[in-house]
Design a protein around this ligand. Structure first.
Ligand code: LMR
Length: 397
């Protein structure tokens, strides 16, 4: 009966976890999936989250259904965090926000909405991008194309090509952007480059879809939201997906949100109603635990401050690992320039390793990074970093 079912060989990122788990080498290092581990190699539970979880456990809340679009306090907290609590767009209620199953869920809800209401819109993603972006939009029925982004010669952005490309796109198409900590390259536009990109998007009548999975891990919570807030100030209507996987270490709870910034409050109500319809048919309503944690943490000023401090500790440890890796490699291979390693931001480094070199790291050293050369710097720690640097130097020789 199922003979003709096609075999799915596995995801290029999540599939690495399985390979890593099966590897008996005690020196193995998992730098594939975008997950932050502390310096002891443990997945942290943030102190602010522990406090809220204790409080929730003591309350012994019944497990009722949540509203289709999530808790009101959760949705408000997301809007405050993304746009700033005093922003006119937040105050006037012209943003439709729904809870989602992680950032991926938000992308998929947004993709469904776009395909249904704007069936002719094509989606343009950066070259390269997180591989699942393409899969998510295509499986919702959208046509996906790429815009120029990464320049392997300079380890920077092909900014002139990118601007030229956007200037030739037709109105009504969707441009998927990474507001901070670009996945996989770790290379973000400067403020001036964002201003230029968004001015072209406005002039061309394009619709941004901002995938915001790393707020706080680039510069800080506000600066990382620069492109989003600038787009609102320019009067654009657009989509934002966000996630608390990385910045609240809530990976398995699948806590994200989709926000749609609309021209008017009336339109936001229409959009909100349609997002609820999509969700009702997908999975009916979201799980509660993550919604409660984020609601309590972000809406309590003391817990918010504690969370902010913990996010910045994560950011700073990742930065320290980047610099250490850069320094060791620079010393071992002085003829090569590793400046890009310390200049990139967020969880990932685009190492420039070829797929053969990536395979050697895996086979000879049990070091797992994504085939395109993306390394999750957040998996490095003081015990494994020299081993990784040594192995990288060997395969780069
Ligand atoms: C990643 O890029 O590694 C993360 O966003 C996890 C995932 O789902 O791929």
């Amino acid at each position: 009966m199922f003979q003709n079912v096609e075999y799915y060989p596995g995801d290029p990122i999540l599939g690495l976890i399985e390979k890593y788990n099966e590897d008996p080498n005690p020196k193995k290092v998992n730098l594939g999936v975008g997950v932050y581990y502390d310096n002891e190699g443990h997945l942290p539970i943030l102190d602010c989250v522990k406090k809220v979880e204790k409080e929730l456990a003591e309350k012994n809340l019944p497990h009722n259904y949540l509203p289709i679009d999530g808790l009101t306090g959760y949705r408000q907290a997301c809007q405050n965090l993304l746009f700033g609590p005093n922003h006119e767009a937040v105050q006037s209620g012209r943003i439709a926000t729904t809870a989602s199953l992680g950032g991926s869920g938000a992308l998929r809800i947004g993709a469904e909405f776009i395909h249904h209401w704007f069936p002719d819109a094509k989606v343009f993603v950066s070259n390269p991008t997180w591989a699942n972006h393409i899969g998510i939009f295509e499986s919702a029925g959208c046509e996906v194309n790429k815009y120029p982004y990464y320049d392997s010669n300079t380890n920077g952005i092909k900014i002139a090509e990118l601007k030229n490309f956007l200037s030739n796109l037709e109105a009504g198409n969707i441009v998927l952007l990474h507001p901070c900590c670009h996945n996989p390259t770790g290379i973000d536009p400067t403020v001036q480059q964002w201003d230029d990109i968004l001015a072209i998007i406005k002039q061309q009548g394009l619709i941004p879809f901002m995938d915001f999975a790393y707020q706080g891990l680039g510069e800080n919570l506000d600066q990382d939201a620069y492109a989003i807030r600038k787009a609102v100030d320019l009067g654009l209507s657009f989509f934002v997906s966000n996630s608390f996987s990385k910045n609240m270490s809530l990976y398995g709870e699948r806590v994200g949100a989709l926000s749609v910034i609309c021209p008017t409050t009336e339109e936001a109500k229409l959009v909100q109603s349609q997002l609820k319809l999509i969700i009702r048919r997908f999975y009916s309503s979201p799980p509660g635990h993550g919604n409660y944690i984020v609601d309590k943490t972000l809406n309590d000023p003391i817990l918010f401050k504690q969370w902010e401090k913990e996010v910045y500790e994560i950011r700073d440890r990742i930065r320290a690992m980047r610099i250490h890796l850069h320094d060791v490699l620079q010393e071992k291979l002085p003829d090569r320039d590793f400046t890009y390693l310390s200049a990139q931001r967020g969880m990932f480094s685009f190492t420039g390793l070829s797929s053969e070199q990536v395979a050697r790291l895996q086979c000879e050293y049990s070091i797992y990074i994504v085939e395109n050369g993306r390394m999750c710097v957040a998996g490095l720690n003081s015990r494994n970093i020299d081993y990784v640097a040594q192995a990288m130097a060997e395969v780069l020789k």
